[in-house]
Ligand binder design. Sequence first.
Ligand SMILES: Cc1cc2nc3c(=O)[nH]c(=O)nc-3n(C[C@H](O)[C@H](O)[C@H](O)COP(=O)(O)OP(=O)(O)OC[C@H]3O[C@@H](n4cnc5c(N)ncnc54)[C@H](O)[C@@H]3O)c2cc1C
Length: 519
Amino acid sequence: MSAPQQSAAPAVPDTAVHDTADPADSAPADSASGAASPSAPDATYDVIVLGGGPVGENAAQYAIESTDLTAAIVEEALLGGECSYYACMPSKALLRPIDVARTTETLPGVATAALEPEALLARRDDWVSHYDDAGQARWAEGAGLALERGHGRLVGERRVEVLAADGTRRVLAARHAVILATGSEAAIPGPLQGIEPWTSRDATGVVEVPERLVIIGGGVVACEAATWMRALGAAVTMLVRGDSLLSSAEPFAGEAVAAGLEEIGVRIVHGARVAQAHRPQAQPTGLGRIHGGPVSLRCEDGTEHEADEVLVATGRRPRLGDVGLESIGLGADEVLAGRLPAWLHAVGDASGEAPLTHWGKHRARVVGARIAAAATGAQPPFEVPDAPVPQVVFTDPQVASIGETEAQARERGAAVVTAQVPFGAAAGTALLRDAVPGRAQIVVDRATGLLLGAAFVGPEAAELVHAATVAITGRVPVAVLRHAVASYPTASELWLRLLEELPRELRAPVGPPVSAPGR
Ligand SMILES: Cc1cc2nc3c(=O)[nH]c(=O)nc-3n(C[C@H](O)[C@H](O)[C@H](O)COP(=O)(O)OP(=O)(O)OC[C@H]3O[C@@H](n4cnc5c(N)ncnc54)[C@H](O)[C@@H]3O)c2cc1C
């Protein structure tokens, strides 16, 4: 199966990807030269993308789309990246059947569904294409993109050296741009480094379900993994440093997710900082397998926890350590601050921006289109400078949010008004289950009537947030939104309930028709 999140191949010319037309770079192609010389590239492309995750793929595609330009993606592992094989795809493939089964528990009129763990893991394996990227490689070929397999590093201005698995080296030259799309890697805190803990890769690739699993962290990955590992039968304990889950979301989101996890039997310990970890028989047994014998953990307050496996979900850091930045006099800080020469770009998790596939792909499309325009002398593409970043947490209840939280808006000094309703306040949301947990909230700028943020916490909340994305991106005042009529009885009617909670002067001002202020 080709990777499901990738769109169909675009209609782009099948360009001569090993083009050496630039006289300065026109040394004959030598696939195993063994020497990195800035003046003798083995191949020249208009654009070189380091890293073939979803973001790198989109950047390359948009950089050449509808032009005669050439692009190469340098990928050292599976084309499709973390998202396709170890993150978004497997996690959501696991969570969806669990969500459906859970729904049947609260829906009279349908027999309660039982999970079939083997079939669930088999579904996961299908969605990760059995860790085979042939489908993605076919897509790249169809899109006119060259694939250079190996570890890529910058070796000078617009020069990339690729070290293949067989030890051969090729030097590539870029006429116009190099894009860093090398993604991110799990950060393992010091005390846990020697014990071969699970990272999110093992959790999404689970093969052996540990009887007792300790998850360290309280963010998105920790909460989602707790959901599927508990459903697969593990006794799950979450050790959370702070006093809430999902600390960057609205507080009611973390509370609802904690209540949902506790209801399915997950134990949550707050204020837990792991100081020591001990595992006498730690072994790298393979993806998703239990990595050795039992683990003993000791927290700073002296409490102890025993587990058969430990999943570290304490955050990720941009993968910029071995990409040759020093060869052009830069470090990771310059990349993260966006202080880059005009020919070099960073996108996706590697850029330090929101580590989400959809956001990275959006930025990749923007950057790719900019590069294509500059290289062909075309008009720069239209851009929306302050597009907001949506995020969904696929727990039960789901959390879907965008823009600022109430606290963030107030901290920045905005005069805001909020409206909040129970998630089941509309007929359409109440019908989803007989017991509907969660709440919804919008944050509105009192002066302009524009939406600043929205958060939906409840069953299937994921599908409600895009209306807020459209409203914020299009700068639609709430007085106009009130006239965007949702069908009865759909979950979208929750919007009407929210808008009705706003002060009358904001939602129903008197006077001439309101039009959305221009940008
Ligand atoms: C468990 C989990 C679940 C997630 N779920 C979601 C979700 O539901 N929705 C969502 O939007 N986001 C989700 N994310 C985040 C999402 O996975 C990332 O934001 C996304 O993968 C970033 O894409 P990327 O292309 O920037 O990097 P990656 O997907 O990490 O791809 C980078 C690629 O670069 C390659 N590479 C790195 N260095 C080099 C080099 N020097 N030379 C050659 N190749 C190199 C790597 O092998 C990799 O293939 C999740 C993350 C995790 C951990």
